[in-house]
Structures are given as structure tokens and as C-alpha cells.
Design a protein around this ligand. Sequence first.
Ligand code: GCO
Ligand code: MG
Length: 402
Amino acid sequence: MATIERVDILVTSPGRNFVTLRITTSDGVTGLGDATLNGRELAVAAYLRDHLAPLLAGRDPARIEDTWQYLYRGAYWRRGPVTMTAIAAVDVALWDIKGKVAGLPVYQLLGGRSRDGVLVYCHASGADVPALLDDVDAYREKGFRAIRAQAAVPGLSGSYGVRKGTIYEPAATALPDEQGWDTEAYLDFAPRYLAAVRERLGSGIHLLHDVHHRLTPIEAARFGKSVEELRLFWMEDPTPAENQDAFRLIRQHTTTPIATGEVLNSIWDVRQLITEQLIDYVRTTVVHAGGITHLRRIFDLAALYQVRTGSHGATDLSPVSTAAAVHVDIAVSNFGIQEHMGHTEETLNVFRGGPRLENGMLHPSEEPGLGVEYDDELAARYPYEPRYLPVARRLDGSLHDW
Ligand code: GCO
Ligand code: MG
């Protein structure tokens, strides 16, 4: 029997910070897992290095489920983003190894293809409405079939989701950037620019929007109602999801579909949302919700309640996560859509391989395992840089949800 011989925790910053776990077996097979928790990266790196690496040495890499249970139950302290991201990294690395040992891409181990490709949505944004519409046109010309639209709310500093360079990167400063927030201004402006985008797009292209946890349930209900005729694919994170009950109120008022879950880490965090059919899309990910093993469990529960998948896929999820997500997405029956923000050239040179983008769809690599390689030498040229996500303050200076 092969055993886990070596565990490396790799921290690099090719354009942004990433933490990667690499497991090497006594047979010399390696597996990669993403362990990036944006703005709190080193906590997961320490958890892996100080607490999980010593437990993994000598274990059978083939026992993925058993290792998952060992690390989850063995922690005693349940759930939470740091623990679940660390467990996810181990889990994904072991799936990568299993695929390589079997000589099969990971999606084949998950039951094989349920579809030809993975529909993705891209991010269009603009400092004002004309700039947003130009961006929407550019993405449509690139072949995207689903587009998320975000515009800067007039008068506010630093609106969520508005890109400055080629890729939106909110964790851009060494200390949290302080941004402004005004609910009334947003509620007045967002439905108007979304209407302009829908008019530009016509039908046949999906339109999405991220509220980014900013509204109360009744405000979210009003927003959802006000955009119903625009036929959004979804409104994302209309209200913070810690309080699953809150979605009941939103649901009673609007038929605009709801997506949530990118900041949630376990099946328990989404159980009520799913079983009471309070959402339409669950956005939990392979990296922050316990790996392929646990995400599959969440998605299977969701399937029973006609909730579809819509995994988070921002730049802070490394190409290892993108690859793992696409292997899951292509296999599960209740796939909905996959977020695709892409990565910088610098990032893609460190993490080589992975899925292929064609006509608005991602296609998994046919290489055994996940199909991603990590370039140690290049990665070493990009040392970790402290980077924090912004915070949001209301007009009176008090803190709001960013
Ligand atoms: C999204 C997300 C991101 C997050 C980011 C935080 O829908 O893509 O909301 O933009 O803000 O991943 O690290
Ligand atoms: Mg989001």
C-alpha cells in the first residue's frame, strides 16, 4: 500500500495570494488542493502545516472518505471557514491522486459526464451605465452566454464588483480599503442599470447580479420585485445568509431567483435554504466547503429539492479550485452555472493546465486527476503579500456588510 509521504504547503502571490497543498505519496504520485481563504490565507496555511500535516503522514491516500471523516470529526470543533478550507485542500489533493493512480480525469470517478460542457457566467462592470454596456457588448462578443452586471453607484466610493484593470480584484490593499454604502441610492440605481443591460442584451443571454449581502430581507424583497420583468438568472446574496430564515420573507414577495452560499462552509449552513426551497442556486465551493467529498453531498441534497448549483469562482479561488469545480460541475445532474472570473497571466503561468474555455463553456482537462501542474520555481519568485478585502461604511460612518 502506498502511503502519504510528504505534505507541502505552498504560499505564492503571482498577482494575488494563493495557498496550495501538495501531497506526495510513497509511490511518487502528487496531488494538489487549493487552500486559499482570501484575506486570512496564513491561518489556513498554519492549520495545514501545524495541525493536519502531522496527521496525514503514513495514511493511505486512497481512503478519501475516511480521511475526510477523520479530519472533520477529529477536529471536535465543527465547521468554520479555516477548518473547512484546510480539509478541502486535503480532500481535493487526494482526489487528484486517485485520478492519477486510476489514469482517469476526476470527473470520471464522480460518475462521468452529465453534460457536454459547463456553462459559465462572466463579469461585466462599469464606472457608469455606458461603460457597463460597452463591457457587456465586449463579453458577448467573446462568446459568453451568461453575464453578470455591476455598475458603480453614483456618489459612493468604491462600489462592489467594478473592475479597474482586466480582472476584478477586491483584495488589493495592505489594509482594508474603506468603501461607502447607501442602500437607498443602490435600490434606486441598480434596477435602472439592469434594465438598460437587459434592453441591450435582448433575450437569449442570461443576466445575473450580485447584491453582495447588502440588503435587509424586506429591502431584498423590494429589489427582487422591482427587477422581475428583467428575468434575472439570479440575484445573488440578497441578504447575509447566516440567518437562513431571512430568505423566507424574500421568497414570499418575489419570483426573482435567488443564489447564495459562497461564504458558507458546510451542508448545515445551507440545509434549511435547500430543504425549504428558499433558494434556487447554491454557491458553495470545492475550496471553502470541505472539498469534492462534501460539496458533492451538498449538491446531492440540493438535487432532491430542485435547487441547482452555481459555484463561486472568483479570482481568489486558485486554478486548482477552478479545475476541481469543473470536474464536479460536468458530473452532477443538478448543475446550474459556474462563475468564471479567470486569472491573470502570472497566476496561470504558476498553475498550468486546467479547464479550457470555449464559447462560454468550460471543459475539464482529460489528463488523469485534476490536470493542473504547479511550477515551484516560478511560484518562489512571488512571495506572499498581505492583502485585505475592503470594508463598507454607511453614510453616517457605521459599518455595513461589504
Ligand atoms: C463573487 C464574490 C466575490 C467575493 C470575493 C471575496 O460573487 O464572485 O462575491 O467577488 O467578493 O470572492 O473574496
Ligand atoms: Mg458573490
